[in-house]
Design a protein around this ligand. Structure first.
Ligand code: HEM
Length: 419
């Protein structure tokens, strides 16, 4: 079959190499204008998928979970029933099962609970920032971005701080399956086949399961009220969660709880280096960070590229027809820069009065469960950073994750002066 011009345009989105210099914003802009729901061919044996790049369409797909299901997985990997049975977690479940699973922990992420962590958080951020900035020249990812979210996660799981290296490395290996530096077996390779029943096709998942199971048995014996205690105590329709559900739920938390926030913090530093006027603006008026400016920074540097849905029936997305069974990728960074939804979307403006943000999803049942926590970590980190920073430049080029799923920064070598 010959490839149409628009298919050729969208095809690079299936290739992780396209993202090695960061989000392909020009390509997203072209697609939004020319083919906002673009068929994106994938190499055999994969089926191809629709790329959705307009803000309104991304919200509509997220909202209509019955037509655009998460139950065949939220990554673009084609999964058979056996794989789904083993790998399914909260994020790849549709209501009503999703609603019950989400309730197991959603109360722990409400503002009234999360606000209770702020003093602890500010303490670790201040300490981390002081030691990092004193170095003058350092890798911001290693010294700052990786440190903060994982310490908060360790606290929420009541595990020792010394476990954070393990947690970070699991995060790298799980989301890094398309990056030769992190992958145990590169995605798509024959070697990865042996891990097909594991989340992300990564053997790191086995280590996370084992670690989680040990915590679960400790909490069954001695409940502490932490996230793991809540998980082992929870009942759905009078039944405790099965071991497989506990494994996959724990893995989702251990990953989502640190990896994305780490990337968000790295992107914030990148944004400040690229836009020194923004640093000055925050220093003049730090209270901006408690308002829409925070969302604007998250709009500019979104950690997640896409989530996948699968059409349960023939349906329309905007003016485009999709067929039952088709895969659909909703590209958050593309929607975040859509002029149809956000005025002067191609301009970073921390003085906006509001931002219609897609970075955490929008409008659907899967809207990020940890968004309040992530935003608190992000805000406190930025507040403590801008209070200390005088100037920052790159000391060497940024190294990015080879992935079309997570907008990751592996290394961010910086040279800084302080106030
Ligand atoms: C800046 C950091 C973060 C970003 C950008 C982010 C982004 C996202 C996105 C895009 C989704 C899917 C939304 C959808 O499909 O509609 C999601 C779901 C989720 N996030 Fe986050 N996230 C972040 C931090 C966190 C944190 C700190 C946690 C805490 C553990 C967390 C836990 C979750 C969970 C459990 C889900 C699945 C929710 C469900 O399926 O109902 N995230 N996140």
């Amino acid at each position: 079959m010959s490839t149409s011009i628009t298919e050729a345009l969208a095809a690079p989105l299936a290739d992780p190499d396209t993202f090695i210099d960061g989000p392909p914003y020009e390509l997203f802009a072209q697609l939004r204008d020319v083919e906002p729901v673009a068929w994106t061919p994938e190499p055999e044996p994969h089926s191809g998928f629709w790329s959705v790049t307009r803000h309104a369409d991304i919200v509509a797909v997220s909202r209509d979970w019955a037509t655009f299901s998460s139950a065949r997985g939220v990554s673009l990997e084609d999964l058979d029933d056996d794989q789904l049975e083993h790998r399914t977690s909260l994020i790849d479940t549709d209501p009503p099962a999703h609603t019950a699973l989400r309730k197991v922990l959603s109360g722990e992420f409400l503002p009234k609970v999360i606000n209770g962590y702020e003093t602890f958080l500010r303490g670790i951020v201040a300490k981390t920032m002081d030691s990092a900035l004193a170095l003058g020249t350092f890798d911001f990812v290693e010294q700052v971005s990786s440190e903060i979210p994982v310490r908060v996660l360790a606290r929420m799981l009541s595990v020792p701080d010394t476990d954070r290296e393990k947690l970070t490395s699991w995060g790298d290996r799980l989301v890094g399956t398309s990056d030769p530096e992190f992958a145990d077996a590169l995605a798509g390779s024959a070697a990865s086949d042996q891990y097909r029943l594991l989340p992300f096709r990564s053997p790191a998942a086995l280590e996370v399961f084992e670690y989680g199971r040990e915590l679960q048995s400790q909490r069954r014996a001695n409940p502490t009220g932490d996230l793991v205690s809540k998980m082992v105590e929870a009942e759905i329709d009078g039944e405790k969660l099965a071991q497989r559900d506990l494994d996959n739920y724990f893995l989702l938390l251990a990953l989502a709880g640190q990896e994305t926030t780490r990337q968000a913090i790295s992107h914030a530093m990148e944004t400040l280096i690229e836009n020194p006027a923004v640093l000055t603006r925050f220093q003049e008026q730090p209270e901006l960070l408690s308002g829409a400016a925070l969302d604007e920074m998250l709009r500019w540097g979104p950690p997640v590229y896409h989530m996948r849905r699968t059409a349960t029936a023939d349906a329309m997305i905007g003016d485009s027809k999709v067929k039952q069974g088709d895969k659909i990728a909703i590209w958050y960074p593309a929607g975040n820069r859509d002029e149809r939804a956000i005025e002067r979307a191609s301009v970073l403006d921390v003085d906006r009065s509001s931002v219609d943000l897609l970075t955490f999803g929008k409008g659907g049942p899967h809207f990020c469960m940890g968004s309040f926590l992530a935003k608190m970590e992000y805000r406190v980190t930025l507040e403590e950073l801008v209070a200390r920073l005088d100037s920052a430049v790159y000391d060497a080029p940024i190294e990015r994750l080879r992935s079309n799923f997570v907008n990751g920064i592996k290394r961010l070598p910086v040279r800084v002066t302080t106030r």
